[in-house]
Each structure stands twice: as C-alpha cells, then as structure tokens.
Write a protein that binds this ligand. Sequence first.
Ligand SMILES: *Cc1c(COP(=O)(O)O)cnc(C)c1O
Length: 374
Amino acid sequence: MSDQASCARAGSILTIDLDAVRANYRLLRERGQAGTAQAACAAVLKADAYGLGMGQVAQALVREGCRSFFVAHLDEGIRLRRLVPEDCTIHVMHGAMPGAARDCLAHDLVPVLNDPGQLAEWRALARDLGRALPAALQVDTGMSRMGMAPPDLDRLRQDPDWLKGIDLRLVMSHLACADEPAHPLNEHQRQRFEEVRALFPGVPASLANSSGVFLGGAWHFDLLRPGCALYGINPQPGHANPLAQAVSLAARVVQLRTVAAGDIVGYGARYVAPGERRIATIAIGYADGWLRALTGRSQAFVDGMAVPFAGTVSMDSITLDVTGIAESRIAPGQAVDLLCPQQTVDDVAAQAGTIGYEVLTRLGPRFHRRYVGG
Ligand SMILES: *Cc1c(COP(=O)(O)O)cnc(C)c1O
C-alpha cells in the first residue's frame, strides 16, 4: 500500500529488472566456463551495485549461485556482509585504511592488499592473533592505480617470510584498456600477470573485468570480476551488446503549456521557440543524475515516439518539445520514458559525452524504485 502510494506520488520511477541481472550473470559465467581455464564468476557490487541497489542485486545473484563479491570500500563490505550468506566471500578492493584492519577482520571481509603498508598491517594483526588471516593481493601490471608496484613486489620478495601470517586466497590485477581490444596494453598486462601469477603457485588468479571477459579465454584465469556487464552496459563498445538492459526509467509530466514563436524556454534562454510549440515539463533533473550535459542533446519517449529536450536541464525538471504528440495522448501525471528499449544507458552516456558507468552510478535517491523479478 505505502509502496503503491509512493509510486503514485513519485515524480520519476526507476525499475530494476533483477531477472536481467541474473541472466547477465549466467551469460558471463558461461563465458568463463567455455574457456580452457574454467574460470568462476564473481560479481562487483561497489557503489551500491552501480546504483541498482546492493542488497537486492546481491540476493538475486546469490540465488543464481554467485558466492564471490567485490566492493570498493570497507563500509560497503560491512553492509554487504549482513545481506549475503556466510559462505560468500567479500573482497574489499581498497583494502583497509590505516588502523582499520581489525574492522575488516571483525566483519569477515577479505582485504585486497594493495601496497606494502596494507600488507604490513595485515601481517601485524595476524601476528597479534597468532593465526593466518585471509587476504587477496593486488599487483599492478601497468595501470599505476592500485596494487603492488613491481619494484615493491621485488623488494618484498627478498624476505622469505614476507607472506608470513597471510592466507593468500587470490592474486589479482586490473586492466586499463579492456574495452579497446586492439590496445597493446591488454597483451602486455596479460603477460605481466602470467609472470606474477607464477610467483604464487596454487593461488587462484583474477584479471578480467567485464570487458576483459570478452578479450578471450587467455584473460580469464580463475575468477572473472565483472561489474558493468551485470547491469547491462555494453562491455564491447562498437559491437552488438549481448547483455540485457537491467534498468528502465520513466519521469512524469508535471505541466503542459503552449508557447508562441520567439518565447524562451528554460535557464539561460538557450531555447527559443521557432514557432508555436507544446512544452511538457517532467519531474527529473540533474539532481537526479540526468546530467546537465544532456541539454539540447537528448530525448524522451512518449509511447515509443521520441520527443527532444527543449532548453537547459534544470535541477529538478526538464522541458520537452512534445509538439509531435497528439494532445489527447499526453497529460499531467503521465510517465514518459528516459531509459527504455529505444534508449539504453550507453545511448544516454554517448549523448552526455560520458560512459554508461557514470550514468548508472548517478541514478538518484529521489526516484521511486521498483524491483521486478529476482
Ligand atoms: C570496478 C572494478 C571491476 C569491475 O569493472 P567493470 O568494468 O565494471 O566490469 C573489476 N575490478 C576492479 C579492480 C574494479 O575496480
């Protein structure tokens, strides 16, 4: 009831299709199984599962058989720990901030050790407790963002006890250009990772994000680490997207008006009506993540028909030119579509000059959220 009431009041409605997320997970997992490496498939749930909702997405993936998860922040891991069964492994990609190692352990989270300092803290905790503690090790293979730098790794390895107290569960690295299959860095990083992995016999290895999965079996190793592809973003720009769209978004009409030739619409008077126009104002704006950069470059859909943005995207509203829509077919309260089969997350990202990840992770807290399937 309250959910229905909230939906009836809402200015915009985000629908998250958990069956689509599950289908995307199955497709990625099958990709991993098809390779010679027989890689398992984890799921990256950082940033509230890229804006889709970590709890709902995690539970849908658990039902699909996923048992390995990655988040970025320790607090994301603490939240996720309460949402998934005990036998699930949760990796914290940033590791623990200085002094926070005990929190990581207390919540049964596996830190990704990214530098000698994080390694030293985890070892010290293991020594204090008198037992080995599980961890993943990240090694930088050419992105220079996170993970042990090669000289640090070489130096550390001179001490035969450098991993004392560490129950090493995973060695991982991250690709910088996986969405550009022809980029030479992909092969360079793969070779570098092969060398690194050989230093840790018997320890599972993980290199591929979503796009990495599609580079081919040689990039799969033991564990795939997809994020964006689970949520429907195309991991191979320029190719047909094999993944299902997992979100749709509709915003409702607040007001309709007719403007005359020469009237201005919106901030900065950037739209001047070239003739009589029908303008619909919808209840979504840049505060909801519908980026201001979409001004003059995007559109909505009314019953599948495109209606262009007219005027600057405001904080809470957007004005549309709905002149092409019969008056009987549009009224206040009606929902118009922004993410729909005719316009994907990647389409909107291209209009705004950004990537699908940014569009998804900006999806705002003011939407009424509906979960279907799962
Ligand atoms: C975000 C992230 C992923 C997932 O990347 P996608 O491109 O969304 O599949 C995997 N590994 C690391 C280290 C990440 O930061």
